[in-house]
Design a protein around this ligand. Structure first.
Ligand SMILES: Cc1cc2nc3c(=O)[nH]c(=O)nc-3n(C[C@H](O)[C@H](O)[C@H](O)COP(=O)(O)OP(=O)(O)OC[C@H]3O[C@@H](n4cnc5c(N)ncnc54)[C@H](O)[C@@H]3O)c2cc1C
Length: 420
């Protein structure tokens, strides 16, 4: 209880992996929980590329936050865009200037995409973070093939049939592999004026290997698997410009009408309103209990937080955000009992990245896997960790169907047709 005799108010900003796990860990606790998110859904980002590549529909990878927390009677869900945090008044300001007061605040608004100071590239090269982004990428990719069928000029048709993914981290690798499968398998036999198998998928990476955060041997395995799927991998290439013609790398231009950006991440801009030190990516530097300097009542978790004191470094991935969410809830409950907590300690369960059908890489402690065993592990892990029983069933059915038929279940696109 607070001195006024009311239950402590815990406000959680963002209901991604960190925010959701914090909220669920407070189920049944003597606190009033308010969860605020600008969208009405929790999104399973690891499978978002499947929506962007027509493999899954949105309800398979997202679930209404209100529905997930329906049975948690101490939790209220507010759909709103947080504009700033007023720490002096212990209040959160939403769009429309509504305010929510807190006793304890958990900030879990994640990350956004960074174009390294070139925001003008975004219109030509969308990136993947939200469901809207996934729809836009899917629309551009599928309509590029439609344009190619109408185009009679061979050079112009080639520009429609060239797909460039910039950035060979896990998302870039997944997208490039899936684009190759669409061209080689899904669309096979559906066009009369060209063969979709001749589409060119180019994965451009600035460093000297794909999946740079993986061990070098797995990066090499991943590159070979990508090439066997039909992806052209360009390493050590710095992108210097992106416009309606395509991608510039120094003096060279790769002519392409469909470009996807998977190269940079920056922290949620909300971190700036905390007015505490941040790193170069805008992530908030947190202490050993994930709070910020001078404000033990404010805890920052997930992709928005950086933990420079933690060795080895904590990666910006879903398991880290979940663990931080559970820790934040535990810390608050311990503090209410007047007890202290041990510093946050990240448990590393490994990393997985898929490349395509039967192709993936995985690191599990000292064990490194690639190819079919890694892909099977990836499949099981992603179905297991999906939120909601219904979603697991939908995904299993869609994947089983796609595995045997090579079809993709979500190819209907709407919206304006894009012209070069
Ligand atoms: C395409 C993609 C693929 C990925 N693949 C993997 C993978 O395979 N494995 C893995 O472990 N990790 C993966 N990740 C990373 C993983 O998803 C993140 O590390 C994780 O989601 C971070 O959790 P979080 O809670 O910090 O932020 P998020 O999960 O991003 O949640 C942030 C939430 O805050 C909300 N929000 C943001 N700003 C505001 C605001 N101002 N007001 C209100 N609400 C706001 C957002 O709507 C969102 O719901 C992937 C990420 C992406 C983008």
């Amino acid at each position: 209880m607070t001195p006024s005799g009311k239950l402590p108010r815990v406000v959680i900003l963002g209901c991604g992996f960190g925010g959701l796990f914090a909220a669920k860990s407070l189920d049944g606790a003597p606190v009033e929980v308010t969860v605020v998110d600008r969208t009405n859904h929790h999104l399973f980002q690891p499978l978002l590329y499947q929506v962007a590549t027509a493999g899954l529909s949105a309800p398979a990878v997202a679930a209404p936050i209100r529905n997930i927390l329906a049975s948690q009677s101490n939790a209220t869900v507010i759909c709103g865009d947080v504009q700033r945090i007023d720490m002096a008044r212990r209040a959160v300001v939403l769009d429309g200037d509504d305010e929510i007061a807190y006793d304890q605040l958990i900030v879990a608004t994640g990350a956004t995409n960074s174009y390294f100071g070139h925001n003008e590239w975004e219109q030509h090269a969308p990136s993947l973070k939200t469901l809207d982004d996934a729809y836009e990428i899917r629309r551009r990719v599928l309509l590029a093939f439609e344009h190619a069928e109408r185009e009679t000029d061979l050079a112009k048709r080639a520009a429609w049939l060239t797909f460039v993914v910039i950035g060979a981290g896990a998302t870039g690798v997944e997208l490039a592999g899936a684009f190759a499968e669409i061209a080689r398998h899904t669309l096979r036999g559906e066009f009369r004026r060209f063969d979709p198998r001749n589409a060119r998928i180019v994965l451009v990476e600035g460093s000297d290997r794909v999946l740079p955060t993986y061990p070098a041997s797995l990066s090499e395995q991943a590159r070979l698997q990508l090439e066997s799927l039909g992806v052209t991998v360009w390493l050590g290439r710095q992108v210097t410009g992106i416009d309606e013609r395509g991608v510039q790398m120094g003096g060279d231009t790769l002519v392409a009408h469909t470009v996807v950006w998977a190269a940079g991440v920056a922290a949620s801009p909300l971190g700036a309103s905390l007015e505490v030190p941040r790193d170069r990516a805008g992530r908030v530097i947190v202490g050993e209990d994930l709070s910020i300097p001078g404000h033990p009542e404010v805890t920052v978790i997930g992709d928005l937080a950086t933990l420079p004191w933690h060795q080895p470094p904590v990666p910006g991935i879903a398991p880290a955000a979940k663990q931080m969410g559970s820790y934040a809830a535990h810390k608050i409950l311990q503090q209410l009992k007047g007890q202290s907590v041990a510093p946050f300690c990240y448990k590393d369960y490994g990393m997985l990245a898929t490349i395509g059908r039967n192709s993936a890489v995985a690191v599990l402690g000292k064990v490194k896997l690639s190819g079919y065993p890694a892909w099977l592990l990836w499949l099981i892990a992603h179905i297991w960790y999906l939120i909601g029983f219904r979603n697991r069933i939908i995904v299993m059915i869609d994947w089983a169907w796609a595995y045997w038929t090579f079809e993709r279940s979500s190819r209907i696109v709407t919206g304006e047709r894009r012209r070069p």
